[in-house]
Design a protein around this ligand. Structure first.
Ligand code: GLA
Length: 387
């Protein structure tokens, strides 16, 4: 952490000739369970990870926003009043610019606030399905909220991050990633009802149970602004409309027989995934509270099978990672995030980690797949001011 803070501060000074007014940071996330349920008004259970994005930020005397990062060249610069005209055109800078734009849409007066310099660095890998984009959005959201004295709540900032992603970047994603990044706590998962936006923190107790979470990044790139993600979302919405409900949250497992009669096979399987996944989130929360993390392995496995067979968002690399982890001592494993690439997670005893790592290297080589990036993550604190 101190490295990325130092690097962001140094670059900030090189670009502006000043020291930043402050440093804010926000984490990436893994989703423990509850996949493709958020935009169906369902339940999710993600946690914030110990990989963070930091933003060095300082107010300006004009009305210009400038954005730079340690992972790109050049400085993006434009008047706050012109943000609307560049939507979706600024590559990675769409994320921080989208948040400033989203704040403007949600009550901040962009004609009255001062300009700002934002310099970003990150240890959240890009394209790994760990919400590097939400980490940027949330770090920038808490920074601008404080610098512009907006006093917005964390749930309101999560909505603004989602708005930025949906309407500035153009990816039709839900509210899970921003919620995890803003509300995460050490050794806890964020149990979010995406219909009421009620949040409860659920203790994970991983260390006490001798367990850890292993991320297995397949390095198969994915993008949610194109293709499959939007199609799945549209399919869920069509299913809900045919069933006469406003969202799939309104139906339960007892309604699936009727759904099978009314829907075509593909839509039915999409619906069945969402409905059963919501139930698995509730079962996981109950199991964690009553029996601890050793009791949730089967639920993680069932989630993966449902995503693979019913929702069809897995890829061979994710399936291989899950199978290999389970064969080598993991107590549960599943793909995490939107799918079509990205990462899987394994819940594993600490003493199985190196065995799983070696087995993954071997299995991926045998299949001719790119070597996966494998590392453990610790459930960590959400967005905050660092200095
Ligand atoms: C991506 C989106 C989230 C969520 C997941 C699938 O990570 O950003 O909103 O829909 O996919 O659960």
């Amino acid at each position: 952490m101190s490295d990325i803070r130092d690097d962001a501060t140094e670059l900030f000074t090189a670009i502006t000739g000043r020291t930043p007014d402050g440093l804010w940071s926000a984490p990436g996330r893994v989703n423990l369970i509850g996949e493709h349920t958020d935009y169906n008004q369902g339940f999710v259970l993600p946690f914030a990870i110990d990989r963070r994005t930091v933003v060095a930020a300082g107010l300006r005397e004009d009305a210009v926003i400038r954005v730079a990062s340690t992972f790109s060249t050049g400085v993006v610069e434009l008047p706050l009043a012109e943000l609307d005209g560049v939507r979706g055109q600024m590559d990675w800078a769409d994320y921080p610019l989208g948040v400033a734009w989203g704040l403007g849409r949600s009550g901040a007066d962009l004609a009255a606030v001062p300009g700002v310099d934002l310099v970003i660095d990150s240890t959240v890998p890009v394209g790994a399905g760990l919400s590097s984009s939400a980490a940027i959005e949330c770090a920038v959201a808490v920074a601008l909220d404080e610098l512009w004295r907006l006093g917005m709540s964390r749930p309101a900032l999560a909505r603004i991050g989602q708005l930025a992603e949906n309407e500035f970047v153009g990816a039709p994603t839900g509210i899970m990633d921003q919620s995890a990044s803003l509300l995460g706590r050490p050794d806890a998962a964020v149990f979010l009802d995406c219909r009421s936006l009620e949040v409860e923190l659920v203790d994970l107790g991983l260390a006490a149970a001798g367990l850890t979470v292993l991320v297995m990044d397949t390095r198969v790139a994915h993008a949610h602004s194109t293709g499959g993600y939007g199609e799945r979302r549209a399919s869920c919405e069509r299913g809900a409309a045919t069933l006469g409900v406003s969202s799939l949250r309104e139906i339960g497992i007892q309604d699936l027989d009727r759904a099978r009669e009314l829907l075509d096979d593909v839509t039915f399987r999409r619906v069945r995934h969402v409905v059963t996944e919501n139930q698995r989130v509730l079962d996981t929360v109950r199991a964690l509270r009553e029996n601890g993390p050793l009791a949730i392995g089967d639920l993680l496995d069932a989630s993966h099978r449902s995503l693979r067979d019913d929702f069809e968002v897995s890829v061979p690399e994710l399936d291989l990672a899950v199978e290999t982890a389970l064969e080598n001592g993991a107590i549960g494993a599943r793909m995490t995030g939107g799918g079509f690439g990205g990462s899987a997670i394994a819940l594993a005893p600490l003493d199985a980690v190196s065995r799983i790592q070696v087995a993954l290297d071997g299995a991926f080589a045998e299949h001719g797949f790119t070597n996966p990036e494998v590392f453990t993550v610790t459930p960590s604190t959400g967005a905050e001011r660092d200095s």
